[in-house]
Each structure stands twice: as structure tokens, then as C-alpha cells.
Write a protein of this length. Structure first.
Lengths: 371, 318
């Protein structure tokens, strides 16, 4: 029998604490975390920071190693490097694609912004990306890797369209927008994301995570999300997870059931209470799992049992209750993966690490409840 | 023909202002210094609307954390919770959880509208409509949704009253929840009741604007709502959804796409406007973007304002 409640992270971590211009602070952080995470030869980094001999590229390699050890030493089963070499999930991939032009900052919430691009010509992949990063991580990881990559629908939905809309201009404007969006998403799927994922799989990636946080933005386009995801993954020999966060998941149904993936990773804890309990009031953030059960979803669900938008440290008992409640709603503990709501980019390493320790310990407690 | 044109929601912050807000969040910039930057930037946003010849002018709403939170500030009975998606956008608001009877314990912050930057008769205040507020909240207290909507309407009216105390040219109630799905009769009645409370207490004219959904989801019910102008998102509405009804009041046609950087040719917008006005039985049709420009980069929003200005100029020549 496979391990119940395997633990998995979603992707990003805040930049490694030693990535600062203040050498002294950087060295102290490299020393502290190197020791805490059991990073081999971390003194080389500390010395390199102090005498200025460590180059920019080398520091990023160290950041990847620290990221891997961060999750490994916390005890997670499926890991990555915290996306240590990626500035973020939208701007970074577009740097490898012709046909986009950055237009400026756009707000996502409060003071959070991203640099938004417009598609100005047919997108063309210059070179498959994430491959150097993956090969490096593969050499250094001691646990199974899951490679996160931004999905085609999200890349399209987060972009402005100054190209496809012109192709259909002049006709019915609503139909023009529909066709323009379809073409943009599917061309990104076929010409950009699939070749990149295929290249990763050919180089040994066994688990791919397509990040599609925009998937439920427009309920009328969920079928397009599914079409694009299936296009990217068709025939590839790798486990696939799709991550969709902070949304009304009921809007994804029933189309999402057609997605040919092993796991669906979703956020729940951000809308949950922090009190212990297995009742629907305490676990209000997990109600959506009822729907996946009702529709008899073929994939496993990875509900976020850790909220990545607060510094509150979930106790292992809270994580346990969230997992047991999820399993109860799905009527099968084997259909649940213990996961975070989303990437941990917004949390300090100290907070994030404690949250991951709780994730692992909470999963153990849930497991023992079923043994 | 002279056609009134204007914006229907917040303007994006400039890159510099984004930086100032971040510095403030980190404690590196005082609230007073931040407010000074907000006013400077608002002055520029106001000037651009003047230059474009807009009939009503907003201050940009540059210090609003999201389109609804200011209404809940100073209220007892509500907790601001986790992030929730703002309709079909890559933008998130913080969800209000209604835990007790809503009661005001402090006045709304007057700095949410910089009235002094705009001549009285052209000032425009944008607030959420109470039904939309209720739909975006989690109600854990009120047994009947109409009671929640009524109390929210009182709070919106009070906020509008305070922000417009020195005079106002137009008050807009933004109501996406009326059009994002089919509005049932009982829902329309509740929404109308909320708007009636505001209409009875606030200066006129009032524009009820409904972005992000086709007008067909809310007409004909909304045509009888006690407002002076009804605004539609024409980027998602087919003109035939409106053509069989008599509005009996002025309409606002959101023809420019406020969510895309593609600059619509002036002649295309003119043609659409003329075609729609021919089909609709209305006394006056105003024009502008379908929604706020907040989800565009600052430089693109500036271009959209200019484009609307060009359209208004061409219309004036006709």
C-alpha cells in the first residue's frame, strides 16, 4: 500500500536569506541555515561570501541547494528547490518566448504587483527553459522532484492581447475575443509549454506540476484550460499535477474532470479557521472537496493544509484535522496529498520552515489515525 | 454631438507610487509622506481626465486597497478575511465576514476621495452597490439577506455622504454582481431596495454601473431601479440584449476595453456607439471604458484616457 498523506510543496520559497548585499548578514544567514538544514560544505559558501570570491551564478546554485535541503530536512516527500533561480512565475518564462512585450506593473492585491506583458506577435519558444535548473536539482536532490512550470492558460490570461484580437477585429467583438483567447492559449500550449515539458521529461523529470492559478478566473473558459493542459501532457511519461489556487473551485466543474492528470493541488487553508475540529464550521475552507467526491474525480486532491499568507504556524494537530477531514469528505484517505495552499514565497524562511515541519508532523499524525 | 465621457473606477498607480506604497508598508515612509505622494499622483490623474474633456472626474482612488474595503473601515460587526477573486480578474480583494449587526464606530476616512482637486460639479465618487457588497461578503449574522443589504446600503450612503459633503457631480454604484449571472426576480428586488436607500439619501445623479457581465443577465429588472444612469459593459454585451427594451433613462456604454492594452481604433468605437444608440431607445448615451482601468499598467491606462478623449473630440465634430 502506498504511503497515506504523502507531503508535497507547491513551488516557490522566498529568496534564500543569504541573497543580500550586506556581506556580514549574508554570511550569518548562510552559516545558520547551512547548519540547520545540514547543507554539505556550507562553510565554502560562508567563506566565499566573506572574502567576496563567490560569484552571482554560484550563489544561485547554493540557493537551489539550500532550497532542496529546506524541504528535505523538514521531511517532505516530494520537493523542489523553492524556484530559487526564478524571479517569479510569469515574467521569467516569457523571457524565453518571442512575441511578448512587457508593458508595466499591474496590481494583484493590496501592494502586490506583477510586470504584465502584451502578446504582440505569434509566440515562439526561443529555447526550452527550466532545463539547467532541473538537471542541477536532479544532481543534488535526495528525494523525488516535482518540476513546477506555469501553464499555458495562465500565461495567456495574465497577458494583454495586442496580436490575436487584431486578427479577428471587424466581426462580432464577443466572438472575436473568444477566438483570440482560444488561439493564444492553444498556441502557447503547443508551441511553448509542451516542448518545454517534453524536454524536461526526456531529461528525466518524473513529475511535472502545471501551475494554472488563472484556471477558474473565467468559468466559461474552463474547457479551454482543460484542452490546453491535455495538449501539453498528451503521451508524456510523467506524473502530472495541476495547481490552481484561491478561486471558486465549483466553477471548474464538471469540465475539470476531463483533465488527464494524477493530482489537483488547491488552496483551502486561507479560507479555513484555525481551530481544531472535524466539523464543517471549523473546516469551512475544505468544503469544496465534497464536490470533487460527488463528481467522482479521477485524480487525487492535494488540499492546502498550510496557509501561506499568514505567519500563523499551524500546529501539527490542526494539519492532522484538516487532512482527516479532507479524507472524510473524499471517502478515501488514499486520494489526499498533504500540501501547502500555494508557494511559500511571501513568508520568511523561519516561518516557512516551521510551517513545513508542522505539515510533515501533521501528516504523520493523520497517518497514525488510519493505521 | 456632445457626448459625456468619463471613467468608471480606479486608476492604476504609477511605478513610483507603487514604490512609495511598498516603502510605507516596510515602515520606511511615513503615512503623511505617502499621502503627499498620493495627492501628487491624483493631481496628475485628474489633469489627464481634464485634458481628455471628461464630463466627470475621479481622483483615481489611488489609496484604495481594493474596491470595497474602505466601506467596511470604521464598522463593528465585520472581520476582513482571506483573499478572494475579484470577479473574473487576476485581482483579489479581502473578503468581509459579517459576524454581528453592522454598526459604525468611526467615520469613513475622508482621504479616500480628494475632492479638493476637482471642481465641484465634475467630481465623481465610485462606491460598491450594497447588493454586490453582500454577495462578496460571508454572512454569518443576518438571517435575511435583505437585512444585510439594507444595513450595507446605510453604510454606503453614509460613506457617500461624507465623501461628497463638499459637493459632487456624479455618484457611481458599481454592481458587477447584478450581471455576472442571471439576476432572479427576488434578487433584483433586494438589490433595488438597497439602491433605493442610497438614492433617497445621496445627491444625484447616480450611475449604476455593471461591469464584467452581459447586460442581458439584469435587464429588464434593473431598468426600473431608482438611478439616473445605467451603465453596461458593452465588451461582453450584444446590442440585441438591450434593443427590445425602453430604458427610460440615460445609459452609459462601456465600449473601450478597460482590461486590454489593444487601442481600439477611434472609428470602430464611433461606429459601435452610433449603431447602439440607433438600436436603443434612450434619451442620452454616455461613453467610456467597460470597467475601471486599475488592471492595466499605468502607461496603458494613460493611453486609454487619451483614446477616449480623441473619441469624444471626434464625436463633438459630428
Amino acid at each position: 500500500m502506498k504511503k497515506l498523506f504523502p507531503t508535497m510543496e507547491v513551488g516557490s520559497l522566498r529568496k534564500a536569506p543569504f541573497l543580500t548585499r550586506d556581506r556580514e548578514r549574508a554570511a550569518v544567514a548562510a552559516e545558520r541555515w547551512g547548519s540547520l538544514l545540514n547543507v554539505a560544505d556550507y562553510q565554502k559558501l560562508v567563506n566565499g561570501i566573506m572574502d567576496g570570491s563567490v560569484g552571482e551564478r554560484e550563489v544561485l546554485d547554493w540557493a537551489s541547494i539550500y532550497g532542496l535541503r529546506f524541504f528535505e530536512s523538514a521531511g517532505l516527500d516530494i520537493i523542489y528547490d523553492g524556484e530559487a533561480k526564478r524571479p517569479e512565475m510569469y515574467e521569467h518564462p516569457l523571457k524565453y518566448v518571442d512575441g511578448f512585450s512587457f508593458r508595466g506593473l499591474v496590481r494583484v492585491w493590496d501592494n502586490e504587483y506583477y510586470l504584465k506583458a502584451a502578446v504582440v506577435a505569434r509566440p515562439r519558444l526561443r529555447e526550452p527553459y527550466h532545463i539547467d535548473e532541473f538537471l542541477f536539482n536532479k544532481r543534488h536532490a535526495t528525494r523525488p522532484l516535482k518540476v513546477p512550470i506555469t501553464g499555458p492558460y495562465t500565461l495567456a490570461d495574465w497577458s494583454l492581447d495586442e496580436y490575436y484580437i487584431k486578427i479577428y477585429a471587424g466581426g462580432d467583438p464577443l466572438e472575436a475575443r473568444r477566438r483570440a483567447k482560444h488561439d493564444m492559449v492553444m498556441e502557447l500550449a503547443k508551441e511553448v509549454i509542451r516542448p518545454t515539458v517534453k524536454n524536461l521529461v526526456e531529461h528525466g523529470a518524473e513529475h511535472i506540476q502545471l501551475d494554472e492559478p488563472a484556471a477558474a478566473t473565467k468559468p466559461s473558459e474552463v474547457a479551454l484550460v482543460v484542452e490546453a493542459v491535455n495538449e501539453v501532457l498528451k503521451g508524456l511519461n510523467a506524473e502530472a499535477t495541476v495547481h490552481i489556487c484561491y478561486t471558486d473551485y465549483s466553477a471548474l466543474l464538471p469540465d475539470i474532470l476531463e483533465m488527464k492528470v494524477s493530482n489537483l493541488s488547491i488552496s483551502c487553508s486561507n479560507a479555513d479557521t484555525t481551530q481544531l475540529g472535524l466539523d464543517s464550521d471549523s473546516r469551512r475552507g475544505f468544503k469544496v472537496l465534497e464536490l470533487f467526491h460527488e463528481y467522482d474525480a479521477g485524480f487525487r486532491v492535494a488540499p492546502g493544509v498550510v496557509d501561506v499568507h499568514t505567519d500563523f504556524i499551524e500546529s501539527p494537530e490542526l494539519v492532522r484535522d484538516r487532512l482527516i477531514y479532507s479524507a472524510k469528505l473524499m471517502s478515501d484517505p488514499a486520494k489526499i496529498i498533504a500540501c501547502n495552499d500555494c508557494g511559500l514565497r511571501t513568508r520568511a524562511w523561519d516561518v516557512a520552515y516551521k510551517k513545513q515541519l508542522s505539515l510533515v508532523r501533521g501528516a504523520e499524525l493523520a497517518r497514525s489515525a488510519y493505521s | 454631438m456632445r457626448v459625456p465621457g468619463y471613467l468608471v473606477g480606479g486608476f492604476p498607480r504609477s511605478t513610483e507610487l507603487v514604490k512609495h506604497f511598498r516603502e510605507h508598508a516596510k515602515g520606511k515612509l511615513s503615512s503623511e509622506a505617502l499621502e503627499k505622494h498620493v495627492v501628487e499622483n491624483a493631481r496628475e490623474v485628474v489633469a489627464r481626465q481634464h485634458e481628455a474633456g471628461f464630463s466627470y472626474i475621479i481622483d483615481g482612488m489611488l489609496n484604495w486597497p481594493d474596491p470595497i474595503r474602505p466601506v467596511f473601515e470604521g464598522l463593528d460587526g465585520v472581520e476582513i478575511d482571506g483573499l478572494a477573486r475579484w470577479f473574473d480578474n487576476n485581482f483579489f480583494y479581502k473578503k468581509p465576514i459579517i459576524t454581528a449587526h453592522l454598526k459604525r464606530v468611526a467615520d469613513p476616512d475622508r482621504r479616500y476621495f480628494h475632492a479638493e482637486l476637482i471642481p465641484k460639479e465634475r467630481r465623481k465618487i465610485v462606491l460598491p452597490d450594497p447588493y454586490t457588497l453582500a454577495r462578496l461578503s460571508e454572512n454569518k449574522h443576518y438571517r435575511r439577506v435583505e437585512d444585510l443589504v439594507a444595513d450595507l446600503a446605510e453604510q454606503v450612503a453614509e460613506t457617500a455622504g461624507i465623501l461628497s459633503s463638499d459637493g459632487v457631480g456624479q455618484i457611481q454604484l458599481t454592481a458587477p454582481s447584478l450581471v455576472v449571472s442571471k439576476l432572479e426576480r427576488d434578487e433584483a428586488e433586494v438589490a433595488a431596495m438597497g439602491i433605493e436607500i442610497i438614492a433617497s439619501r445621496c445627491p444625484r445623479p447616480i450611475l449604476l454601473h455593471m461591469p464584467y457581465g452581459p447586460a442581458g443577465n439584469a435587464v429588464p429588472a434593473v431598468l426600473d431601479f431608482p438611478v439616473d444612469i445605467i451603465g453596461f459593459d458593452m465588451t461582453v454585451t450584444k446590442s440585441r440584449e438591450l434593443s427590445e427594451y425602453t430604458a427610460g433613462k440615460r445609459v452609459y456604454l462601456g465600449l473601450l476595453d478597460g482590461r486590454n492594452s489593444y487601442m481600439e481604433p477611434v472609428e470602430d468605437i464611433l461606429d459601435s456607439y452610433v449603431e447602439m444608440v440607433d438600436e436603443l431607445d434612450v434619451s442620452e448615451a454616455h461613453i467610456g471604458p467597460n470597467c475601471d482601468l486599475e488592471l492595466l499598467p499605468y502607461s496603458v491606462a494613460v493611453e486609454k484616457v487619451k483614446r477616449l478623449g480623441e473619441i469624444l473630440k471626434r464625436m463633438a465634430e459630428l
